[in-house]
Design a protein around this ligand. Structure first.
Ligand SMILES: *Cc1c(COP(=O)(O)O)cnc(C)c1O
Length: 420
């Protein structure tokens, strides 16, 4: 058990590959794609409609509207909610920048509220502080498929008359209080991009239970025309964000697997959380009690270097990787540190609509949100494909964490050598 660290020449704890290959498919996908080929319905057709209904049912929403990607789904729900120039949307700074792109491309302005580092999600107290007279909506991000504190967020929204929209890009099959993510706000967006737990390579879906929203979103996706004759036959403004039945056919097969795969991820997450909680200096992510089902697109933990006599996160992760555990560090910076919010601000070749027409566009260059900035320095991430590994293998992952934590002082001398 207390053999030498693999980084220092010892034997790795993990005895085989941990990461499951991705994307996963079998003969079902091949048959389904062939069926579409032969059907002659190569466009947005019956498979799309079937998937929209099934996926909406899984998440407990009424209407599903497929579109090209998660970013487009977020843009079309913002358009459906009539978010436009001058409207501020509060969101999390610990997210993929697509969250912000969706808001900005619809014409809205992004306001960041700090996160709760225990849960990696937006902090309801920080939302309240960020509200201004221009705030129209809160775009929550259920990061990793771990639900935000929706009871508090819905209360805040009701008190200030704000809309709630959900970036549920990671929320396939995940629940809050037993009800699907993406069914809590006015509308939500999911992603089926290749790295995601359910995928058609590219793809996304907007969900809502509001009929008027569904009509408008459908028009925004379908060149301004109503999808499935849901809305009156009058043209509205809309681009074309439709996907084809080929992708919907693949998604219908992926949908058959997602629940069983999420079960495996939940079991592995439970094992990890139990074990990592015992380790000094490692804080596994916490779920709000109402997060009854998590899809674990990524699992997170915080690394506290004070507990390791100053050993850095990067050296610690290098030691874990040497033991055979593929760990990552998550986002290196909050999304507002991205160049489009920094030096390109107001000066880039292409400016979002909101910034060309609003005289007092926000200046993100001075923005500092301490929790998320510290979180980016401390996070250790484990991807969904690792979370799909066998129980035995996850046991080895746990052993590797225990071994590296137990011998962390051996890493002190390695601090100055730059690490990959
Ligand atoms: C992947 C992702 C998106 C965007 O999805 P695409 O399909 O890549 O456009 C949005 N938000 C989050 C949190 C994501 O991880």
């Amino acid at each position: 058990m207390s053999s030498k660290l693999a980084l220092l020449g010892g034997k790795p704890v993990v005895t085989g590959p941990v990461t499951e290959s991705w994307p996963q498919f079998d003969q079902d996908e091949a048959t389904a794609v062939m069926e579409v080929l032969e059907s002659g319905n190569w466009n947005h057709g019956p498979k799309c409609q079937e998937f929209e209904e099934e996926f909406a049912r899984l998440q407990n929403a009424k209407y599903g509207l497929l579109c090209t990607c998660g970013t487009a789904a977020l843009e079309v729900i913002c358009r459906g909610a009539k978010i436009g120039v001058g409207d501020e949307v509060i969101t999390s700074p610990y997210t993929f920048h697509g969250t912000c792109m969706g808001i900005m491309m619809a014409g809205g302005t992004v306001t960041f509220a700090d996160i709760d580092p225990d849960t990696n999600n937006i902090d309801p107290d920080a939302i309240e502080v960020a509200i201004t007279p221009r705030t129209r909506a809160i775009m929550v991000v259920h990061f990793g498929g771990l639900a935000c504190d929706m009871n508090r967020i819905l209360d805040i929204a009701a008190k200030h008359d704000l809309l709630v929209l959900e970036d549920a890009a990671h929320g396939w099959g995940a629940q809050y209080a037993g009800r699907g993510l993406g069914s809590w706000g006015l509308a939500s967006g999911f992603s089926f991009q290749q790295s995601k737990n359910m995928t058609s390579g590219e793809g996304g879906i907007a969900l809502t239970s509001d009929e008027e929203m569904a009509d408008i979103i459908g028009c925004v996706i379908n060149s301004g025309r109503s999808i499935y004759e849901r809305a009156p036959e009058e043209l509205r403004w809309g681009g074309n964000h439709r996907i084809t039945d080929f992708l919907a056919a693949i998604l219908l097969c992926q949908l058959e697997r997602v629940e069983a795969q999420n079960d495996i991820r939940e079991q592995n997450a439970a094992m990890l959380t139990r074990a990592l909680s015992q380790l000094e200096g490692i804080d596994p992510i916490r779920r709000v009690p109402e997060a009854t089902r998590v899809s674990w697109h990524v699992y997170g933990a915080r690394f506290n270097k004070e507990a390791f006599e100053g050993v850095s996160r990067s050296v610690f992760m290098r030691a874990l990787r040497a033991e055979g555990v593929p760990v990552g560090s998550g986002y290196s910076e909050p999304v507002y540190k991205n160049p489009v919010f920094q030096h390109d601000w107001q000066g880039g070749a292409y400016k979002p609509l909101a910034w060309t027409t609003t005289p007092d566009a926000p200046d993100y260059r001075d923005l500092q949100l301490p929790n998320v900035e510290q979180y980016c320095r401390e996070r250790i991430s484990i991807s969904q494909t690792v979370m799909l590994t066998s129980e035995n293998r996850m046991g080895e992952v746990v052993n590797a964490f225990e071994k590296v934590c137990g011998q962390a002082k051996e890493l002190i001398g390695l601090e100055n050598k730059e690490v990959s």
